[in-house]
Design a protein around this ligand. Structure first.
Ligand code: AMP
Length: 383
């Protein structure tokens, strides 16, 4: 096996949001150095990094210069063009996960196609490029269905639900008549995810099943360990193992799944990086998803993913600022609650600004605490 990249090696990160920030915090704790590349300045990652390069992703000269000064390349944002991975490969820097992983996961049709070909369970889907294809697909898949743009969608953006086949064309209009994927609507009992890691040597580690609830298509609260039957938990982990192995991932990848009312797991989507639902691993596990990403991309042994206590995480969106500066002291007065803020200046509605995590004896207690703390943010402050 290749020699591991040991501290103070430089990890280069494309993207500069909160995922890169939390990677930087974990990697710097281990003595690594972090460089970040994105069009943003004073970014969440840049505030923690040793070096922040501010350039567009298609400035390939800047990309090349960035790559030459780092020992390994990773991503915190998967919608980076394949050309970036190509330049990194030309410069001889290891790209982990590899460009093929980005290529597959940054487009919904490629991603679902990969999953289906790998024999993994997904809801019925079809590629939509023309009205005729859409009308044929809605006849075959039936309603309700969900129409999603094939490329660059996240947090429910570029999605339209179709409750009646007669609405199909209007739904396509609503998402701008772009190349799309039509998916059978899953009447799910709950949504879960498995965040997992794979090392350079093929070693596999996971944090078990995490349960997720969404609000307006954006992750709201995550809890671990998910209250699912052991058989379902084992199946979910097995699916994640299959995905990381068949995609040949080096790094961290999250598999988002639906558990339908018949107890079947269906894969919704993949995120080839640490994931919002795994933020609770920072406090709840021996090794966080971010430390694990650093270990995996540097070729070190993966760390223990043992969960220390049941945990819940609640996202803090810009909405929390609508009535003024949040009452941080009131939230932090709830015992066992930890605050993470990402250093973003503008608290826009729907923007992920930070999160809270609570540990407790049970997931119900952890959830109650974290929600109590988030509610306390809008209490009037004492002064
Ligand atoms: P996505 O951007 O694909 O992760 O979708 C965001 C959210 O929309 C998911 O977490 C689900 O709550 C919902 N959703 C997406 N696709 C489907 C589907 N095929 N059936 C039911 N709900 C869906």
């Amino acid at each position: 096996m290749m020699q591991p990249l040991l501290p103070p090696a430089v990890i280069g990160v494309f993207g500069s949001g909160q995922l890169g920030r939390m990677l930087a915090l974990a990697a710097r704790a281990m003595g690594y150095r972090i460089h970040t590349f994105s069009p943003e300045q004073d970014s969440p990652t840049g505030q923690i990094a040793d070096r922040e390069v501010c350039a567009p992703y298609d400035d390939l000269d800047a990309v090349r210069d960035f790559v030459r000064r780092v020992d390994v390349i990773t991503f915190e944002f998967e919608n980076v063009a394949a050309a970036v991975a190509q330049v990194a490969a030309e410069e001889g820097a290891p790209v982990r996960p590899g460009g093929h992983v980005l290529h597959t996961t940054q487009q919904r049709l490629r991603e679902k196609g990969f999953l289906a070909r790998a024999g993994l369970p997904v809801t019925p889907f079809a590629a939509i490029n023309t009205e005729a294809e859409l009308l044929a697909a809605i006849r075959q898949i039936g309603a309700p269905a969900v129409l999603k743009t094939a490329a660059f969608g996240y947090d429910g953006k570029g999605q339209a639900r179709i409750d009646d086949p007669a609405q199909a064309l209007a739904a396509w209009d609503a998402i701008g008549r772009q190349e799309a994927i039509l998916e059978g609507f899953v009447d799910f009992e709950r949504e879960v995810s498995v965040v997992a890691a794979r090392g350079v040597d093929g070693a596999f580690a996971h944090w078990g099943v995490i349960e997720n609830t969404h609000r307006n298509h954006i992750l709201d609260v995550s809890m671990a360990p998910a209250a699912v039957e052991p058989r379902i938990a084992a199946d979910a982990v097995e699916l994640a193992h299959a995905v990381l192995t068949q995609l040949d991932v080096v790094g961290v990848l999250c598999v988002e799944m639906f558990l339908d009312r018949r107890g079947r797991l269906l894969i919704n989507e993949l995120a080839p990086r640490p994931h919002n639902s795994g933020h609770l691993t920072i406090e709840a596990a021996v090794t966080s998803q971010f430390e694990q990403q650093a270990r995996a991309v540097c070729g070190l042994p993966l760390g223990s993913t043992e969960l220390l206590r049941p945990a819940a995480m609640a996202n803090l969106l810009g909405d929390v600022w609508e009535t003024g500066e949040p009452n941080w002291a009131a939230a932090l007065a709830v015992p066992g609650v930890k605050l993470h803020l990402y250093g973003k200046k503008e608290p826009r509605v729907g923007r992920k600004m930070g999160h809270l995590t609570a540990l407790a004896g049970t997931i119900e207690d952890a959830r109650a605490k974290v929600v109590q703390a988030r509610t306390a943010l809008s209490e009037a402050s004492a002064n």
